[in-house]
Design a binder for this molecule. Sequence first.
Ligand code: PLP
Length: 435
Amino acid sequence: MRFSDFGAIFGGPTGIMDLMDDMGKALAGGVPMLMLGGGNPAHISPVNDLWRRQLTEILAEEGKMERMLANYDTPQGQPSFIRALTELLNREFGWSLGPENVAITNGSQTAFYLLFNMLTGAYGRSDDSRPGRILFPLMPEYIGYADQTMSPDNFIACRPLIERLGDHLHKYHVDFTALEERLAASASGGERICAICVSRPTNPSGNVLTDQEMTTLDELARRYQVPLIVDNAYGIPFPHIIFDDVIDGSAQPLWNENIVLGMSLSKIGLPGTRTGIMVARPEIVSALSRANAVLSLANTTVGQYLVEPLLRDGSLLEVARKTIMPFYRERAEHAHRVFAQVFPDNLPWSVHRTEGSLFVWLWMEGLPISSRELYERLKKRGVLVVPGEYFFFGDPDLAEWPHSRECLRINYGQDPAVVEEGLKIIADEVLRAYG
Ligand code: PLP
């Protein structure tokens, strides 16, 4: 049997799959592992209690469980869920969304796959033969985008500017000069940029683009007539894993007809329901809905049923602000304290300011080994993290940059004792690596 070009994308190795496989094998190997690698949200007891109550209410209401489990959803998503969501977003942010602006997908990961492939690659019917590429204004970016397009050449990325905030603390910023050069080159016949995409907060670095940075990105996207895709999987209004007291200013979500805003129910604690939400102009919503119909007939309904009442009365935002965000805020603070305790002051380590998301991003400047090698060494000592080089994709230029091999992503949301033990081992291995 031979795979087609399309089949070969999945039939052959992919960086992320290999890594996940490797981590899976390490876990199954019988050695107890300190799991600081994955992106699973933490199990927060009061939040799980809420899902339990919601399930009980569904079971108690005549016919509701049957509607949830025994019917196919529409390809766009539950109309009542979409109405509750648009009303909430309009109320909160003064937008004027209608049902034609929202498509539900089976996880936001699926939506990004569909979007990226709807936008990148060849434009057979246009007179412009240049393949479209997604521009990431700030690398490192979410590893999950890396293998999503039909060709690995469909991405372009800009390095960040690095601001030093202290001896062991830094923050990334968008290099707008480099970004605009890329956009201008595209407009004058160079590599064709078909969209700009950012995650905000950013997985892996925990960076949150400022409102000012977002406004500038929005202006540039409109000026160069490309959509701006904003991945709000950790953002406001839910799950609100943005630390308002840490960021500069506020991190209000932005939306207009040129923006595709990706949201998800995963990081409020429902990754198993596979519910992604795309807020976009009707043309995109309609294309995503049709793709849903072709790929999976309909969406999963469970997440939509569990959450709809909490959107209608707005209580989901309370849960996000008062329970989910403080939980992660405390865990992130704890991780930063442990870093300061266990990492020698005289080594050139630095963590990105954790402004949101589930991760602490460690940079070890001048590290004599690659982060992949460090990952292997840590795995042997029972600690699983994700090597930073996987988050610098889409541009051969990035592989030349030593920074891309000097970072690790660490999930800080685990049990504090696990994080503490893991960080001690990481510090020890880093010290050995520097010799
Ligand atoms: N975007 C980001 C930045 C993520 O970290 C993730 C998952 O970890 C996703 C999107 C996909 O999430 P889901 O498909 O569960 O909605």
